[in-house]
Design a protein around this ligand. Structure first.
Ligand code: IMP
Length: 434
């Protein structure tokens, strides 16, 4: 098994948290490689429900080494709150390690994120307003503040002051909001630093050592493939690389350390935020998917836009990530429909039909779905405990996905609990395809 990446194959919210929680027991390390508190994963563990934004989902496995890699942007306030909450519920975060090279999301990043969305008006991205884009922008501009700066109060103060000498100008002159007080921010950070300092480590080395020792590492991506900064539906994307390559740059290991890439997809599709959505369902069906699938954002509470499985987007996800297998979640939601439309190609503005994801945004914005209709099953499948127990049409839906994408579907979700995840090829097959 060794180094396996798990990546959202659509626009995020594919249910990664639950699956990582399930798979974590089979790995020695779970390492998150990008994103920040824009991510939201809900994990149902026994009778308890946990909602994480920053902590890797594997944290619920007692004693598991969980890493926030250098590619993650860390809001210290959110992280400290999550740690406190976890401990208040009798869980330990002792296994958490944070890369010293990760960048911090600072209060000005959150304000700039919200203000720039206001300025964009109708052209807005629909961000989560957690400061993610501005934090990554400062990283690229080489003026960011890093987790390792928390180790030295003097350096921390200097960096906050230096950043604010520019940011306060931006806040007051461009956005017309109040300037921030550097002393207060530094003092607040200093308090949180005391909590975080023991967790800061050379996480790249921890991972390499583990892999060289023959131990297993699960690289956990946040968001999803089509939100990838470079190859997603730009500009309606996040500011990092959720795609599998991000696991290398975002944790500090080389591509030869990766043995397989598991994609996660819902049996249908959702999208939050702005941007085109070719396989959007008709309003009545979208409303049913929204209601039955409880499709509301974990972080923002926003309604997700709902649509049908998009084979064009999924083939693109296979290409961008080099997917070796797929996990299909929320199959039970489709029980609400007599027949199930699936988008198999896009009709482009020039009248041609394409199975390839359009590389030009104007084509993508105007792409029309070409539908196929698959047989539905109507039975409630949430009680199924093996793949064989599923109705024939539900099994055929899964086989159809496997055949069209030419990769095995190794797990199928039929409900939110751990025992509602079925393994069509047996649990031992998960993470072994190359
Ligand atoms: P940002 O990541 O907050 O900058 O938001 C950029 C885009 O990514 C927006 O469309 C968000 O709705 C979307 N986004 C960010 N995080 C998630 C996520 O965890 N799930 C789904 N969409 C997300």
């Amino acid at each position: 098994m060794a180094g396996i990446v798990i990546v959202g194959a659509q626009w995020g919210d594919e249910g990664k948290g639950k699956v990582v929680d399930l798979l974590a027991e089979r790995f020695d390390i779970v390492a998150r490689y990008q994103g920040g508190s824009n991510a939201g994963h809900t994990v149902v563990h026994g009778d308890e429900t946990f909602k994480f934004r920053l902590l890797p989902s594997g944290i619920l496995e007692e004693g598991k080494l969980c890493i926030l890699g250098n590619g993650v942007v860390i809001d210290p306030e959110v992280l400290c709150d999550e740690l406190e909450d976890l401990e208040a519920r009798g869980r330990s975060a002792a296994g958490l390690r944070i890369s010293g090279n990760s960048h911090l999301v600072m209060p000005w990043h959150r304000i700039i994120d919200a203000q720039s969305e206001l300025v964009l008006g109708a052209l807005k991205i629909g961000t989560t307003k957690r400061g993610i884009g501005p934090a990554y922008a400062d990283r690229a501009s080489r003026i960011g503040i890093r987790v390792q700066d928390l180790l030295d109060p003097e350096i921390l103060r200097q960096k906050v002051a230096a950043a604010l000498s520019v940011k306060n100008d931006q806040l007051t002159r461009i956005y017309g909001v109040e300037p921030l007080n550097g002393e207060l921010i530094a003092a607040d950070l200093e308090r949180r630093a005391a909590r975080l300092r023991p967790l800061i480590a050379d996480t790249s080395k921890l991972i390499e050592d583990a892999l060289r020792d023959g131990r297993h590492v699960l690289f956990e991506g946040a968001q999803g493939t089509l939100l990838d900064l470079d190859n997603g539906t730009y500009p309606f994307v996040t500011s990092s690389n959720p795609t599998a390559g991000g696991a290398c740059t975002g944790t500090g290991i080389g591509p030869t350390m990766i043995d397989g890439v598991i994609g996660l997809a819902k049996a249908y599709v959702t999208r939050v935020g702005e941007g085109p959505f070719p396989s959007a369902a008709a309003p009545a069906d979208a409303a049913t998917l929204l209601e039955v699938g409880a499709e509301f954002g974990t972080v923002t509470g926003r309604e997700r836009r709902c649509g049908w499985f998009d084979l064009v987007g999924m083939r693109y996800a296979r290409r961008l990530n080099g997917l070796t297998e797929l996990i299909l979640t929320k199959l039970d939601v489709l029980s609400a429909f007599e027949t199930i439309p699936v988008c198999v190609a896009y009709r482009l503005p020039d009248g041609t039909t394409s199975q390839d994801f359009p590389w030009h945004q104007s084509d993508f914005h105007r792409a029309e779905p070409v539908w196929e209709e698959l047989e539905g099953w109507s039975d409630d499948i949430t009680g199924a405990r093996s793949f064989e127990e599923l109705p024939r049409a539900a099994r055929e839906y899964v086989h159809w996905v496997e055949e069209r994408l030419e990769i095995p579907v190794t797990l199928v979700g039929v409900g939110p609990r751990r025992d509602q995840i079925l393994a069509p090829h047996g649990l031992d097959r998960v993470g072994t395809s190359r």
